[in-house]
Write a protein that binds this ligand. Structure first.
Ligand code: BGC
Length: 719
C-alpha cells in the first residue's frame, strides 16, 4: 500500500501528466501512441537520417522497440539511445522522451556480453522463486545499463500443448507456478521503484490465452470456455496487476473468434475496470494491421485502428509505417474515436515515462552503466542452470559418471550453443551459432574441461544439422556414450511443428548408440518436451536440460560428473504419446488416461529423501481458519541435496467436476546426509476456491485432501 508521501508524489505526477496532456495537440498525442521498430531508421549500423527525423521529430513517436538485427555492444546501445532521446527532447516542441522497449527474455540477450539465463520453462523446474527474482534483477540491471528502461517480459501464459512453439518462454502448465514465478520476476524487474538505475518496467504478456490455440500453431485461434479462462488463465495476470506491473502486451491471437486486440471485454472491462489496471496496454507486433490482413474482422486499416483503440489499446506496435498514426488522427477528427479515449491512452503512456524517470533524465545513466557485467551474474546463471536441470532417469545409478574414463559425445546438441539457449539469444531466432560469444561452452567443451580433452572423443560439429553430429565413429574406444539430442533454437512461428516426436535421425542415432552395448546417457536440450518413448528404455540415464542458457553446458557437466546433485522437477507433464496430452489437473474420469512419460513434478536426485506423514494442526477448519501443514523430510542418502516439494489439494466432491489435484504451494529445502527438516505450509479457504458454474470464485464446504508425493491427509472445511 502506498504511504502518505508516496500518495502525494503520485498525485503530483498525475497532475503533471494532466497538464502535459492538456498542452498536447492531437498529432502529438497520437504520436505518443505510436511505436516504431528501430530498423525503420537504423539498419545493420546504417542510419537513415530522413526516416529518423520523420519518426522522432516529425511524428514524435512515443516508443521505439527492438534491436538492429543482432546483439550489439553496450556502448553502441548508448549511442543509439542518446541520439533518439536528444532528438526527442531537444528538437520537439514538448520534448517528451521516447520509451524504448526490448525483449530481454532470459537475460539482456541483445547486448553483447550480458548474461543469458535459462528460459522460463527451466526456471519453473527450479521451484525456486528466488531464482526468478535474481534473474530478473540482473536482467533489469544489464538492460538499464544498456540505456533501455522497458522489458517485454515476463510471459504469463499457462501452457498446455507442448507443440506450441513458445513453450520454452512459459513457466509450464500450472497456473500457480506461472503466478508465483511471474510475480517474483516482476518484483525483480521493478525492485526499488522504476526510477532506480537498476530497474526496468516489466511487461506482462501475452494477455490472454495465447498458448492455448486449438491447432497448437503460433498465433492461431483459441476456443476457451469462460469458466476455464477465469480459473486457469486470469489469475497470473490479475496477480501481476496487483503487484504493480505497469505495462501489458496483448495476445496476437483470439479467443472464441474475437482477436484480443479488439476485445473491449478483456482490455477495458476486465483489465482496466474490474482489476483497476493503471498501466499501458501495447499491441503485439503488427497486430492492428493483422486485424484486417489476417484475422479478417476489419475491412481496412482504419477500421482496425478504430476497433482496437476503442477496445482499450493504448499503444500500437505498428511497427514499420505510419498508417496507424494517420488513420487514428483522422478517426478522432471524424468523431469515431473519442478524445477521452486518446487522453486516457496518453495518460497511461506518460505514467510509465514519469515512473521510469525518463521525464527527468532520458539519457543513459552513468549510475546504471556500473551495474553491467558483474562477475557474480555468472554465478547466478550457473546456479539457475544447475537448479533447472531435471534428472529424468538414472537406471542402476548410471549417473554420476566416473571422471576417469573415456567418453564419447555425439548428437546435434553436443557441440552447438543454439540448442542450449533457444529463442531470443543474440538474435530473435537464436540459431546463429557464429554470433554466440566465444567464451560460452558447448557440452563437449564443458566435459573436456571437466575430465580432460584426452578423455573425450567427439565428432560433433558446431552446426546442428551437420552430418558428423549423427555419427558414432570412435564410440568403440569409449566406455560411456553421451548423446546430446533435442531441438535447434527457434522462436515464434518459425518454430511451428506438425509432430512432437523427436526427429527421426536423432531417434535412429539413439538406437544405434544403444546397440553398442555401452552405458548411454541422454541429454535433452529442447524447448518443449519432444516424444522419446521409443528410446527411453534404451538409455541408462536421461537428463532434461530444456534451454539452460550460457552456463548450461557447465551445469550439465556438473550433474553428469557428480559435482552437482540435481534437484529440478518437471513443471509440466512430459507426454509419452502425441495423442495423449493431459495436464496433471485433469478430472477423475481422465485419471486412467493420464499416462505421461514422466508426470508433473518428477525429478530424481543422487541422494534419497524420505517423507514423513503430513501433519495438520486441525482436521476441520472454518472459512476463516488457517490450516497449518508440516511434513518432515529426511535425506536418507549419502550426499547433500536439495528437495523440491509440491503441495497439492484435492476437493473430494464439488458442485462442478473437481480436478484430481491442484498445486497450492511449493518450496525447496537443502539437507545434508542424515539431516531432517520440517517443511511448513499454510492454507486458508481462499486456496480451496474454484470458479463454479455461475462463475463465482468460491470454496465449498466438504472434505479435502492435502497431498505431497505419495502422502495424503484429509481435512474438512466447515461453515
Ligand atoms: C512477440 C512478442 C515480442 C514482440 C516484440 C512479437 O513477435 O510476440 O513477445 O515482445 O514481438 O519484439
Amino acid at each position: 500500500m502506498a504511504s502518505c508521501s508516496e500518495k502525494e508524489q503520485n498525485n503530483d505526477i498525475e497532475q503533471k501528466i494532466q497538464e502535459l496532456v492538456g498542452q498536447m495537440t492531437l498529432e502529438e498525442k497520437v504520436g505518443q501512441m505510436t511505436q516504431i521498430k528501430l530498423t525503420y531508421f537504423l539498419n545493420k549500423g546504417k542510419w537513415d537520417e530522413e526516416k529518423f527525423k520523420e519518426t522522432i521529430i516529425d511524428k514524435k513517436v512515443g516508443s521505439v522497440l527492438n534491436n538492429d538485427y543482432s546483439a550489439i555492444e553496450m556502448e553502441r546501445w548508448h549511442k543509439i539511445i542518446n541520439k533518439i532521446q536528444d532528438a526527442a527532447t531537444k528538437e520537439t516542441r514538448l520534448g517528451i522522451p521516447v520509451l524504448y522497449g526490448i525483449d530481454a527474455i532470459h537475460g539482456t540477450n541483445y547486448t553483447q556480453n550480458a548474461t543469458i539465463f535459462p528460459h522460463n520453462i527451466g526456471v519453473a523446474a527450479t521451484r525456486n522463486t528466488r531464482i526468478a527474482h535474481q534473474i530478473a534483477r540482473i536482467t533489469a540491471a544489464e538492460t538499464r545499463a544498456s540505456g533501455i528502461r522497458w522489458n517485454f517480459d515476463p510471459v504469463l501464459g499457462v501452457a498446455q500443448n507442448p507443440i506450441w512453439p513458445r513453450y520454452e518462454e512459459t513457466f509450464g502448465e500450472d497456473p500457480f507456478i506461472v503466478e508465483e514465478m511471474g510475480v517474483a520476476a516482476i518484483g525483480g524487474y521493478e525492485e526499488d521503484g522504476l526510477k532506480s538505475p537498476a530497474s526496468v518496467a516489466s511487461c506482462i504478456k501475452h494477455y490472454i490465452g495465447y498458448p492455448l490455440s486449438q491447432s497448437g500453431k503460433d498465433r492461431t485461434p483459441a476456443y476457451l470456455p469462460e469458466i476455464f479462462i477465469k480459473e486457469y488463465l486470469e489469475p497470473p495476470f490479475k496477480a501481476a496487476v496487483e503487484n504493480g506491473s505497469m505495462t501489458l502486451m496483448v495476445n496476437s491471437a483470439s479467443i472464441n473468434g474475437v482477436p484480443i486486440h479488439v476485445s473491449k471485454k478483456y482490455l477495458t472491462d476486465i483489465l482496466k475496470k474490474k482489476w483497476g489496471y493503471k498501466g499501458l496496454v501495447v499491441t503485439d507486433w503488427k497486430d492492428i494491421i493483422y486485424l484486417y490482413t489476417e484475422h479478417k474482422v476489419a475491412r481496412n486499416n482504419k477500421e482496425a485502428v478504430k476497433m482496437a483503440i476503442n477496445a482499450g489499446i493504448d499503444m500500437s506496435m505498428v511497427p514499420n509505417d505510419f498508417t496507424f498514426y494517420d488513420d487514428l488522427i483522422q478517426l478522432v477528427r471524424e468523431g469515431e474515436v473519442p478524445m477521452s479515449r486518446i487522453n486516457n491512452a496518453v495518460t497511461r503512456i506518460l505514467r510509465v515515462k514519469f515512473a521510469t524517470g525518463l521525464m527527468e533524465n532520458p539519457s543513459v545513466e552513468e549510475e546504471a552503466i556500473k551495474n553491467f557485467g558483474k562477475a557474480e551474474y555468472k554465478e547466478t546463471a550457473l546456479n539457475a542452470a544447475q537448479q533447472s536441470l531435471v534428472l529424468l532417469e538414472n537406471i542402476n545409478k548410471a549417473l554420476p559418471l566416473d571422471k576417469n574414463q573415456k567418453v564419447f559425445i555425439t548428437g546435434p546438441a553436443a557441440n552447438t550453443l543454439a540448442p542450449l539457449h533457444g529463442s531470443w539469444s543474440y538474435t530473435w531466432q537464436g540459431d546463429k551459432e557464429e554470433l554466440y560469444p566465444k567464451h560460452i561452452q558447448t557440452i563437449k567443451e564443458a566435459i573436456e574441461q571437466e575430465i580432460g580433452k584426452e578423455n573425450v572423443i567427439c565428432p560433433a560439429q558446431n552446426d546442428f544439422n551437420h552430418k558428423d553430429n549423427f555419427s558414432l565413429r570412435g564410440a568403440n574406444n569409449a566406455s560411456t556414450i553421451i548423446l546430446c539430442l533435442g531441438e535447434n533454437a527457434y522462436a515464434e512461428t518459425p518454430g511451428n511443428i506438425d509432430n512432437l516426436d523427436l526427429s527421426e535421425n536423432q531417434v535412429k542415432l539413439a538406437k544405434e548408440a544403444s546397440a553398442k552395448g555401452k552405458k548411454v546417457i541422454l541429454v535433452l536440450a529442447e524447448g518443449r518436451p519432444r516424444i522419446v518413448n521409443t528410446i527411453v528404455d534404451k538409455m541408462d540415464g536421461i537428463l532434461l536440460a530444456m534451454r539452460p542458457g550460457e552456463k548450461g553446458a557447465e551445469a550439465i557437466a556438473d550433474v553428469l560428473f557428480g559435482n552437482y546433485n540435481p534437484n529440478g522437477i518437471l513443471p509440466f507433464s512430459y507426454p509419452k504419446q502425441s495423442g495423449n496430452i493431459i495436464t496433471y489437473y485433469h478430472s477423475c474420469r481422465e485419471a486412467k488416461f493420464y499416462d505421461p512419460q514422466w508426470p508433473f513434478g518428477h525429478g530424481l536426485s543422487y541422494t534419497t529423501f524420505k517423507l514423513g506423514n503430513i501433519n495438520l494442526n486441525q482436521d476441520t477448519i472454518s472459512f476463516t481458519d488457517t490450516l497449518k501443514i508440516a511434513i518432515e523430510v529426511k535425506n536418507t542418502g549419502q550426499r547433500k541435496g536439495q528437495k523440491a516439494i509440491d503441495l497439492f489439494t484435492r476437493d473430494s466432491v464439488a458442485s462442478i467436476i473437481p480436478p484430481q489435484k491442484r498445486l497450492r504451494r511449493f518450496t525447496k529445502i537443502e539437507l545434508n546426509p542424515g539431516e531432517s527438516k520440517k517443511a511448513r505450509f499454510f492454507l486458508t479457504s481462499e486456496d480451496l476456491q474454484f470458479h463454479n458454474s455461475s462463475l463465482n470464485n468460491i470454496a465449498e464446504e466438504g472434505e479435502f485432501q492435502v497431498m505431497i508425493e505419495n502422502q495424503k491427509q484429509s481435512f474438512y472445511l466447515k461453515k
